[in-house]
Write a protein that binds this ligand. Sequence first.
Ligand code: AMP
Ligand code: MG
Length: 396
Amino acid sequence: MITVEQALGIIRQNIPPAQFEKMALMESLGRVLVEDVFSDVDMPPFDKSAMDGYAVRSEDIQSPPVELEVLEIVPAGSMPTREVKPGKAIKIMTGAPVPRGADAVIMVEKTKYEPSTRTVRCLSTIKKNANICFKAEDINAGAKVISRDTKITPQVIGLLAAVGKDKAQVYKYPSVAIATTGDELVEINQKPNGAQIRNSNTYSLLSQLVNIGMPVTSLGIVRDNIEIMMEKVSAGLKSDMLILTGGVSMGDYDIVEDVLKKLGVRILFDQVAIKPGKPTVFGIGPKGQLVFGLPGNPVSAFVITEIFIKEALSLLCNDAGIKNRIIEAELAAPIASTSNRQQYLGARILQDGLVEPIDGHGSADILFLSRADALIIVPPDAPQLAVDSHVRVMVF
Ligand code: AMP
Ligand code: MG
């Protein structure tokens, strides 16, 4: 049986080359840039006032109070028409161009305007250059402002907008289809009876993918019947990635792997030394599609998605942020369970950097999973772990 690291290695080796697309700025939020971005303007584009106040010659007001004649008012968006000469001032708003002759802006709070004489009384001294943002002090026209491989966050969107990028060249997201298999499954608006259970996997899986911005379609519930499954899987293979849940164990009706092989999917592994999720299947479709068969148990399907599917997606989209962070933490409670497989145990991060394992009843216990915000990674054949042991933790 291959290890988790070997399985990840096989996935990494089989990721098809990244694809790119051009998107409208707002659609590109969350994507990763393919191109360096350069500014087409200086920022600020002109010497601009950082305050509402009066543009003055600093030397004129070295012995306050000083009266200056107010020549005009310059709102943001207007050009000054006059020059500040000795004894003069120009009223100026934040963001307006500083008039010729002025070398500082005194804020309005430190002045008093006298309408009858159209003069302003300056009540304090000011240093040369005070409250002026100089042309190009932030960015020079032509300078690189964002490097390729940067993730487009709201902060980056603001910069892209400022440099006039109304479209961005980004890594294309794969199309993803999911299908869940099982004769026992009923939809969530139905009350299960007899041997039935509700289909929860479709919804946890959809939300795991939607949460990272992935476009995903659900093919719904597929019955454990070769012909029906062939039809659904064929439809699913039109996507770049197909994820199936259930039907990969050793039961008589676990036919997913057979169906995949019949449809030309090359199986690259079908067992991993991982707990939960040992029977996980990974293969490559005839057109290079990535195909995952996850165990049907909800906790297994969830955990394998966090580990293997997010690895594949992060490489396809060149976005390490899709993967969960791995941190080191101290155990707040002991871990008694041992295994020859690598374990991923549901856990909660406590405020003080401690991590607390959550007791569950195994890979169907969806209640305990709902309380977890992390997985403690226990290597294969690790001894029982005492309180205060250092462990690696995957944080959702
Ligand atoms: P399987 O991997 O098909 O053998 O299923 C393993 C267990 O997971 C069984 O108890 C199934 O009933 C359960 N299961 C399979 N698919 C789902 C699903 N979509 N939602 C919830 N439980 C499921
Ligand atoms: Mg099944």
